[in-house]
Design a protein around this ligand. Structure first.
Ligand SMILES: Cc1cc2nc3c(=O)[nH]c(=O)nc-3n(C[C@H](O)[C@H](O)[C@H](O)COP(=O)(O)OP(=O)(O)OC[C@H]3O[C@@H](n4cnc5c(N)ncnc54)[C@H](O)[C@@H]3O)c2cc1C
Length: 321
């Protein structure tokens, strides 16, 4: 078994997914404790250009028409062959649709242990992972031989996994990928939203604490005064009070604004997953024990319905002055 740490690079439509960079940063910590190298595993067709800024010691690249787009079967077979041939110390996958699909299958097929929902690694090689939807953090040693890990964002910044210079590319041959039972028939672009919340530097996020649709006037007025954008947690979108394009979190968008003002949001892991790269999180929640305060830099337990109109007034006065 080698001591190398492999990272499956996720990419879609010619873009490397952020989670790949986050995993490369995590792999660096793990490689310093194992004494191995970080290897980015890139599967695709004419996709070498995606290797340009991966912070890895090497890129293991498989090129095949069957790997042009992600399909579970082609990825599973290719990775199974690579892992059997090279026996790395660990293979990191995003805790994403792709990662969960591939890592679960590989664990069963190759009888390898799997740690899921891992957030980070300690310098002595222990993992920290979320269980029970983030209410409990589990710490443990990584079992041998090769360990498969799915990772969620939160422990590392994506910039830490980006390099100015390209790493050396080592090609490897995938197995025969004909007669596959799974094929991509059509890629359907998601509907364009009214605004792109991931581009706004100031987000005013509303949660169930807003209580009803009419109360949305309050954050809307604040957003207009401060030139921000209103977004939401899932209950607000599920009620149809705001469109899905405004949803933040696991099933919505990941955002990185300068300021994220969370109004009446409890801070469930599925929501926090989408905001933990914000520069500053400010929480307004009447429950002092709400988990949102664990990730907020500033917070208050004032009632948002009292606070927001006053805040809007202050902003207007300041602008007038
Ligand atoms: C597979 C899966 C995917 C999911 N994906 C997402 C996702 O992408 N995004 C997402 O947001 N959720 C997602 N969820 C749901 C998530 O688990 C939570 O249920 C959701 O985030 C809770 O939303 P909330 O914080 O607005 O509501 P709640 O948890 O009900 O919190 C409301 C908060 O408002 C506070 N409050 C009430 N009144 C006031 C007031 N007047 N002033 C101030 N504070 C007040 C309360 O104290 C409370 O903390 C997902 C769940 C699953 C299982």
């Amino acid at each position: 078994m080698s001591q190398d740490i492999f990272v499956l690079i996720e990419h879609l439509r010619g873009q490397v997914a952020d989670i790949s960079y986050i995993m490369l940063a995590a792999a660096r910590t793990l490689a310093s404790s194992s004494g191995g190298q970080v290897a980015a595993v890139l599967l695709g067709k004419d996709a070498q250009k995606l290797a340009g800024n991966l912070a890895a010691d090497k890129v293991l690249y498989a090129d095949s028409p069957a790997l042009t787009e992600f399909t579970s079967e082609a990825y599973q077979l290719t990775l199974a062959k690579l892992i059997e041939e090279q026996s790395p110390r660990a293979v990191l996958f995003g805790h994403t649709t792709i990662g969960a699909d591939v890592a679960g299958w590989l664990s069963g097929k190759l009888s390898l242990p799997l740690v899921s929902s891992c957030v980070n690694f300690t310098s002595d090689g222990k993992f920290l992972s979320q269980t029970c939807g983030g209410k409990i953090m589990a710490e443990g040693d990584l079992p041998s031989p090769t360990i498969l890990v799915t990772m969620i964002p939160g422990g590392y910044k994506s910039e830490q996994g980006q390099a100015a210079q390209a790493s050396a590319i080592e090609s490897f041959t995938p197995p025969a990928l004909d007669n596959l039972r799974v094929a991509l028939k059509k890629y359907i672009e998601p509907e364009a939203g009214d605004v792109d919340i991931s581009k706004s530097p100031f987000l005013i996020a509303v949660g169930r604490g807003i209580q009803n649709k009419d109360n949305l006037d309050l954050p809307n007025e604040l957003a207009a005064a401060i030139n921000g954008t209103v977004c939401a947690s899932r209950p607000v979108v599920d009620q149809g009070w705001l469109p899905t394009s405004r949803l933040v979190g696991k099933s919505g968008k990941r955002v990185k604004p300068k300021i994220y003002l969370a109004l009446g949001i409890s801070g469930a892991p599925e929501h926090v997953e989408g905001i933990n790269e914000s520069d500053v999180i400010v929480a307004v929640n009447t429950d002092a024990n709400a988990p949102i305060f664990n990730v907020a830099k500033y917070g208050t337990t004032l009632d948002l319905l009292d606070l927001v109109p006053q805040l809007t007034e202050k902003v207007k006065q300041a602008k007038g002055g």
